[in-house]
Design a protein around this ligand. Sequence first.
Ligand code: PEP
Ligand code: MG
Length: 314
Amino acid sequence: RRAALAAGRHLPSETTDGHRMVLRANVATADDARAALTVHAEGVGLLRTELPFLDAAAWPTREAHVATVTPVLRALEGRPAVVRTLDFADDKLPPFLAAASPSGHLGRGLPLMLAAPEAFADQFRGLLTAARATGAELRIMIPMVASPEELAACRALLDLAAAEVGVEAPPLGVMVELREAVDAVDELARDAAFLSIGSNDLTCQLLGVDRRDPAATPALAAHPSVLTAIGEVAAAGRRHGRPVSVCGDAAAHPLLVPLLVGLGVDVLSAAPAALDAVRARVRGLRYTDCVALAAEARELDSVERVWRLVEERV
Ligand code: PEP
Ligand code: MG
C-alpha cells in the first residue's frame, strides 16, 4: 500500500473534478526538508523553529537562528518556506523560561515574544540573513496571534530588522489557533499576507480540551464548532484574496481532508510521511461533493455524527 501511494507522488493533488489543493510539509530539520522534496511537497508550510531550542539556557542569538534555519532553507532548493517564529508555550518550555515562571504556567507564545522584543528581533534578523544567503523564498508566520494590534507589533519589528539587514520584508502571515483570532479574522485577513489554521490548538481552544489530554486527537477537528470556525477563516481569506492553509494534524487525517477541501481551504500542510496518503485522498474526492458534505457537517450537533456522515459519503 505504501508503494502504491508512493507511485502517485508525481501526480497533481487535485480532485476528480479538477480542484487543486497545494500540499506542503511540516518540518523541523534539514532531513525533514529533504523528505518533503522526496514526497513532492510544494515547499514547507510550517517550520517549527522552537524545537531546536527546547533545552536552551537563554534566548537564542541571531547567529543561533542563522545556524539552525540555514540547512533547512538550503535543502528546499528555492521552494517556498513558511517559517514560524518561536512558539514557546506551556507544553514547550526551555529551562530559562520555565525558571522565570515557577508556576509552570507561561501561557501563549506570542505575548512572551512581544515582551522580549530584542530576542524577537534577533529571530527576524537571523531568518532574513539565512534567507538572503540561501536564496530561499522565505515567508514568516506568527503563532498564537490574538489581535490585529499584535500582528502590527510583529510587523514593526520585522520591518526594522529588514531595514537593518538591508532586504525587503518577506510576506508576513498569521496562525489562526485562538478563538480571538477567529473573532478578528476579517481584520487579520486584511492585514496578513496569508492565514494558516493551527487546528491542533484551535480545536482544543474551541472545545475546551487540554492539548495534553489524550482525547485531543486530530479527528476532533471535525466537530461542527471547529468546522464553522475553519469555514469562517476560509471565507475571510477569500474576501481578501489571501491563501488559507491548515497546518495542524487535521490536514493529514482522512476524515478531515474532505471537510477541509469542502470548506474552501487552499493548502494542506502535513508531515512528509503523511503526504502521499493526503494526495491520494484528495485525488479520490469530488470537490462539489466535498462542498455539500462540509455544509451539511457544519449543521450537525456532534463530532460523532460528522464522523459517521463522512464515512457514509466518501
Ligand atoms: C497547531 O496548533 O495546529 C499547530 C500546527 O502548531 P503546534 O502543533 O506546533 O502547536
Ligand atoms: Mg499551535
